[in-house]
Every structure is written in C-alpha cells, then in structure tokens.
Design a protein around this ligand. Sequence first.
Ligand SMILES: Cc1ncc(C[n+]2csc(CCOP(=O)(O)OP(=O)(O)O)c2C)c(N)n1
Length: 309
Amino acid sequence: MANLKELNKRKELLSGGHRMCAGCASPIIVRQMGLSQEMPLVVGSATGCLEVSTTPNPFTAWNSSFVHCAFENSAATVSGAEAAYRSLRRRGKVKEEMRFVALGGDGGTYDIGLQSLSGMLERGQRILYLCYNNEAYMNTGVQRSSATPMGTQTTTAPVGKQSIGKKQFPKDLTGIAVAHRIPFVATASPSHWNDLITKSQKALSVDGPAFMNVISPCPLGWAYPSDKTIEIAKLAVDTCFWPLYEVENGNAWKLSYKPAAKKPITDYLKAQGRFRHLLRPENASVVEEIQKRIDDDWAALLKRCGAEA
Ligand SMILES: Cc1ncc(C[n+]2csc(CCOP(=O)(O)OP(=O)(O)O)c2C)c(N)n1
C-alpha cells in the first residue's frame, strides 16, 4: 500500500510544463507509476501523444533518462538498454541500481509493437512495460486500434446509417501478456491511484518482465469535458468495463477491486461523445451486446480469481 506522506517526499518523474492536452490521463498515470520508485528509472516511449508532447526537441519534461523509440519498438529498445546495463553492472562499470520502463499507447502496444513486446516478455528481461491505453491512435487523429471498444465512433470507423462505429470487440491484450507466464501482469486505472502505485511497485520489484495495461481517458478522442478524466476512469471500473486485477506467473489471479454495486454500462456510454449514437433507440441491441460481453467477462474473471459473484 502506498503511503501519501512517503510519496510526497519522492521526486516526480515528469515536470510541469509538458505539452499534453489538459485533462489527458497519460501524464497522471506516468507520475503515479514514477512515484512507486526511489530508484532511478530509465524510460523509453513509443511514438504517440506522450512521447511527442513531453519531448519536443530540444526540451524534455522527464526527470529521468529517456530513450526515444519508434512507434513499433519501445519494448525492443528498452530491452537493449537493460541488457547493456546488466553487462555494465556485471563488469562493475555501473554502480547504481536502476529500473527500466517501456511505455506505449495502445496503437504502439496492441498493434504495431506487439511482436516487440512479446519478445521482451519471452526473454525474461527485468522491464516494466506499461501501456497507457486511450483506446485509439490519438496522436494522429483518433483512428481505431485493436483496443478500441465495439461501437466507438473514430475517424476510421465513422458512424452513419450503415455503421455503428467500430464493429469488433477489443483484443484481450492483458490475456496475451498473461499467456507469456511472466511474473506480473495487471490492469490499473488512474482513478485508483493507490492500486496503480502499489502495482507499479510490485511490477518493478519482480526479477523479470511485468506488464501493466492502464486505461487512459482522452478528452479529445472520447469527447468529454477535460475536468472529467478521473470520473470517467472511475466509471470504467465501476461498470466493470475495465476491471482491476493482477496475475502472477500466468496462473495466480487476484481481483484488486470489486464495485459495491456494479453500474450499468449506459452510465459510462452517456458520459462520452464517442458513444453518443449508441443511445439512440435503433442501437439498443448494440448496447445490450456490449452489456452482455461485460457481464460474461466479469463472471469469468470472478471465477478465475475465486471471488464471489
Ligand atoms: C511505423 C510507423 N507507422 C506509423 C507512424 C505514425 N504514427 C505516429 S504515432 C501514431 C499513433 C499512435 O497511437 P498510440 O500508440 O495509440 O498512441 P497515442 O497517440 O494514442 O498516445 C502513428 C500511426 C509511425 N510513427 N511509425
């Protein structure tokens, strides 16, 4: 459990004055993750909103080492840095202990960087890969990704007479990471900061790879007022759209949070412009389908975690 008094004394990983949009969750997530550590971090990030907005040449908002990575290879790039560090440590050329973090948006993680991520997880390297999941390619204009929820309006899955927006349900990337049987996999949300920091602590303390999938609301792409980010993230958790759990070594599942009363998905949909069309009567069956998928996934998760329904 993170202790606020202790966290207050820690150095922030990101300085103020970066250029992320007002209300963007990703810098909040990065700061929460960074607060889990007293140790120096070496960070790499795939091209995406976070990378371009925190490092406009010649400036940087990072209070750590930072490696620019291409869209597809943040896991591979940080793997190289971690391997070099291990070698230098072994030869006594680096005395300080450090931890390694690779970052990517969902486009860079679920889609184009998937093989690079899988390679990193399979090699067993001591790196935390954190996906800030804003559920679309935001930096290039809100195109759909394989993390985009079914029924979402995006620029490449537009809504019209013949279209409800994106047709497919998102890929279960957390499940794919679990299947690598690595020491630690977790989902998290910036609304549950203590859970996110505690999980980051755990992820960086295991002697091997860790993967965290963190929901990252985006006021621009999700179309909601920028002061509602944390509220929306909380709704994602309370509707079980984004359940919080962790898995150790591919088989020890643990539920991190159970809403006292599971809210209907319409509470989540209503709060965001990207789902506005789903509330029209002719799309009631789509909402039903989404609710059914959430209910089925939630029941399966409770079972895996040995939790009561
Ligand atoms: C190989 C390659 N293809 C395409 C691009 C263009 N590009 C840069 S960022 C980006 C989208 C990033 O989306 P995501 O990873 O979800 O991060 P976000 O912008 O949402 O933070 C794309 C398509 C690129 N840089 N490299």
